[in-house]
Design a protein around this ligand. Structure first.
Ligand SMILES: C[S@@+](CC[C@H](N)C(=O)[O-])C[C@H]1O[C@@H](n2cnc3c(N)ncnc32)[C@H](O)[C@@H]1O
Length: 381
């Protein structure tokens, strides 16, 4: 391999990127980096360069040194007159940037709480669900990531208490190709709720060989190390049976998902998608097609992946979040025009007619701009 081949490969990668073929571009980048032991960097001007791994590590080291020097100076300014060497522990610098970052992080984390609250109030406290004949309500949390939203819905300890909360059991199925990773705090909580003594010295369980321990595999590695197979099984059962947590590690898309999990889809009573990336269209289209109650908060647009998304009114390709919401609402209007009705028998034997309607709402607690929810549900008419 020589310089000429390298520049040819870099050119080919640029061509892939221009064509929007990011999968091949990424594969080629990995190949170049492994073969030439270098790091491929894209400059602002569109130029691509290959930097040796040594140079990158030198640059990182220099940056770290500069950062620590800056922090030292900041601390000296903050603790004027105090000998820092005598202080056992120096508090973290409370820079404005840190404060802003922490604030943003807290707001982002709070989105699960606010969204769960919205779901409880809009759906679970609704006539449709309150007068349900089934004893279990199944929520399908598509693109659930680390399962935080499902956790919030299932635990719901700080959610507004609902009168009929005890009338049904909730079950949340997370559909995401990634195995749920519980934080250390949550893993400790789960172990505590299962009354498991982690101090007993026993061989720890190799969860890789135990195929059925899907949920327990998501426990924090520090906790997993202390558990034996029996304990892992107990945790898995607890998460499934008592807590109602389940996971399907697969992509959610129209054909393949339906082929493999049609019965689960049919049983689902509420479809949820919080920032569901590429699955946004499928969640909304499939729910509206089957007139299933759903709520989806779109976020990323991926204009290169979805060039077929075109606005009816202007004919423009969807490139921004606002356009994506407009595009979805155009589809929602079509569904609303179908005037799908359903008869529902209430417990006191009153027969009511319900109409399926898709609407849009802004959820206040979720930080913007990705806080517009599109939801479909049944209303008594
Ligand atoms: C932006 S994250 C959102 C995660 C979570 N809902 C949250 O709000 O923190 C998007 C998630 O969608 C998952 N994902 C992307 N495309 C998917 C698809 N077609 N089917 C299922 N999951 C998908 C990714 O693995 C990722 O965990």
């Amino acid at each position: 391999m020589n310089e000429q081949t390298l520049s040819k490969l870099i050119l080919e990668r640029s061509r892939y990127r221009k064509q929007g073929n990011f999968v091949d571009a990424d594969a080629l980048r990995k190949y170049i980096e492994n073969t030439y032991n270098c790091v491929v960097e894209d400059k602002n001007g569109g130029e691509t360069i290959c930097v040796t791994a040594d140079k990158v590590s030198d640059r990182k080291k220099r940056k770290r040194e500069e950062e620590s020097l800056k922090q030292q100076k900041q601390r000296q300014k903050q603790y004027k007159g105090i000998d820092l060497k005598k202080l056992k522990e120096i508090p973290r610098a409370r820079t404005l940037r840190n404060k802003k970052l922490n604030f943003q992080l807290k707001k982002q984390k709070a989105r699960f709480f606010h969204f769960a609250e919205f779901i409880k109030l809009t759906f679970l406290n609704d006539v449709w669900f309150r007068n349900y004949k089934k004893s279990t309500i199944t929520c399908m949390d598509i693109c659930g990531g680390s399962g935080n939203l499902s956790w919030e819905i299932l635990s719901g300890k700080h959610l507004t208490k609902l009168d009929d909360e005890k009338r049904f059991k909730l079950r949340c199925i997370v559909v995401d190709p990634k195995i749920i990773n519980f934080s250390l705090h949550k893993s400790k909580l789960i172990v505590k709720q299962c009354n498991i003594d982690t101090t007993c010295k026993d061989h720890h369980c190799d969860s890789n060989t135990e195929k059925n321990l899907l949920m327990a595999k998501g426990l924090h590695p520090k906790i997993q190390k202390k558990l034996n197979c029996g304990q892992m099984r107990k945790i898995n059962n607890y998460l499934h049976a008592s807590k109602g947590f389940e996971q399907i590690t697969t992509f959610f898309n129209n054909q393949q998902f339906m082929e493999a999990h049609k019965s689960i889809w049919n049983k689902a009573d509420l479809i949820i998608g919080l920032h569901p990336d590429e699955a946004t269209d499928d969640i909304i289209e499939m729910s509206m097609q089957d007139f299933k109650p759903f709520v989806c908060v779109p976020c990323c647009v991926f204009p290169n992946k979805f060039p077929n998304r075109k606005l009816k009114a202007s004919g423009k390709v969807v490139r921004s979040l606002n356009q994506l919401i407009e595009y979805i609402m155009e589809k929602a209007d079509e569904t609303n025009q179908k005037k799908h009705l359903m008869r529902k028998c209430m417990p006191d034997n009153v027969d009511v007619q319900m109409l399926y309607v898709v609407k849009k709402v802004t959820i206040e607690g979720i930080p913007g701009p990705c806080n517009e929810a599109i939801y479909g549900k049944y209303y008594v008419i």
